[in-house]
Design a protein around this ligand. Structure first.
Ligand SMILES: NC(=O)c1ccc[n+]([C@@H]2O[C@H](COP(=O)([O-])OP(=O)(O)OC[C@H]3O[C@@H](n4cnc5c(N)ncnc54)[C@H](O)[C@@H]3O)[C@@H](O)[C@H]2O)c1
Length: 357
């Protein structure tokens, strides 16, 4: 157990409530906290498929699991008051840009009022000492510039998803200033991270899940935008950031309140084509068609995070380079596809290897 603990034993024996624990990031966070000796309580919708990490890792049997809608304030508050958690992480959200165009009303209700409901539940549950809201790099107003965005830059978002996450940050700030600045109230922070990858993510229209789905079904993958640059990050990198942030809020208090960026190092700029080349090395039998990628164009709209604040003040920094990020990711999927491997044990092994980096 000690090998997974980068947090000075803080989480051992603590009651932790996670909203969105049935999702990709929430299920990995659940496993890490469980292995740290925490009592984990989840609040979320049911998992969406049998492939979800929550299901394949058999988490239903391992933690306290409440099915509930984040839009239902009464149920959420009741659950908080029944559990009396020490620390709460908010990950329940509508997380996809495409879906936010299909149903903007649901997107805003879930991501905006969901955040309000989370902080209402925290505010009315005196046991909660620390609360962390999870948003995204897309919360920033995108000025289409080359520099990384700092925590002091303006919130924004043009598409409904990004706008809802910008709002979630503004709501967090409002609750900090209006309700959580007094003595004996919760210490509150928010974590902003970019696209993450890792075993257990089966979302549609994402490059790696799409490639692995095709591989599983023995189909060929066709890659459309090989020149697109993305902030590739292994799922444990931002989770390490959220756990570090909660630790600092717990031990050092309100001076750590507010927003924190957890992105890849600024020199890690890789394209979809680079990812495909790396995955081909890791799965040589992959059938994949890649259009000509000799011309590497700059793609407008890429948004980068400046991580100076987290590196200097939280003692957090990305542990994995691009090659390791892909290695951990593909290994996670291959373990999942191997019926002889216990998925929960595989996740724990990866968390241990990550911590030892
Ligand atoms: N995956 C990424 O690349 C990424 C990048 C940046 C930020 N994020 C943010 O991280 C968080 C988790 O994302 P994820 O990728 O794990 O998403 P996911 O879709 O895998 O999980 C979402 C979780 O939220 C829950 N949820 C959704 N709507 C709900 C509702 N109405 N009521 C209750 N629960 C609800 C789901 O049940 C699930 O547990 C989100 O806030 C997302 O915006 C994700």
């Amino acid at each position: 157990m000690g090998k997974l603990d980068l947090f000075s034993g803080l989480y051992k024996g603590k009651k932790i409530l996670i909203t969105g624990h049935t999702g990709f990031k929430g299920s990995w966070l659940t496993i890490w906290l469980k292995e740290l000796g925490a009592e984990v309580y989840g609040y979320a919708l049911e998992p969406t498929s049998e492939n979800d990490n929550f299901v394949t890792s058999n988490l239903k049997e391992k933690i306290f699991h409440q099915v509930g809608d984040i839009r239902n304030l009464d149920l959420l508050k009741k659950y908080f008051q029944q559990v009396n958690p020490d620390i709460a992480f908010h990950l329940a959200a509508q997380p996809l840009v495409i879906d936010s165009y299909i149903n903007p009303h649901y997107n805003f209700e879930t991501n905006l009022m969901g955040t309000v409901n989370f902080f209402e539940a925290v505010r009315h549950t005196s046991s909660v000492k620390v609360a962390v809201n999870v948003t995204t790099d897309k919360c920033y107003q995108n000025n289409e510039w080359l520099w990384g965005y700092r925590e002091i830059d303006a919130m924004g978002g043009d598409d409904p998803y990004s706008a809802s996450k910008g709002c979630s940050e503004i709501i967090t700030n409002s609750y900090i200033k209006s309700f959580f600045s007094k003595e004996n109230t919760a210490h509150v922070g928010s974590g902003r991270a970019g696209n993450v990858i890792g075993g257990g993510d089966w979302a549609e229209n994402r490059i790696i899940p799409d490639i692995i789905r095709a591989y599983k079904e023995n189909r060929e993958s066709v890659i459309r935008n090989p020149n697109s640059v993305r902030p590739w990050q292994f799922v444990l990198e931002p989770l390490f950031g959220y756990l570090k942030l909660a630790e600092k809020l717990w031990t050092s208090g309100k001076s750590y309140s507010g927003g924190w960026n957890f992105g890849p190092s600024s020199y890690e700029n890789y394209t979809v084509g680079d990812v495909v080349e790396e995955v081909r090395v890791l799965i040589p039998s992959l059938k994949i068609t890649l259009p000509d990628i000799t011309e590497k164009l700059h793609e407008a709209g890429v948004l980068k995070l400046d991580i100076t604040k987290a590196v200097n003040q939280l003692n957090w920094k990305p542990k994995l380079n691009f090659k390791d990020t892909l290695k951990f990711t593909i290994e996670g999927y291959l373990d999942e596809l191997n019926p002889d491997i216990n998925v929960y044990d595989s996740r724990v092994k990866q968390i241990e290897s990550y911590c030892n980096k």
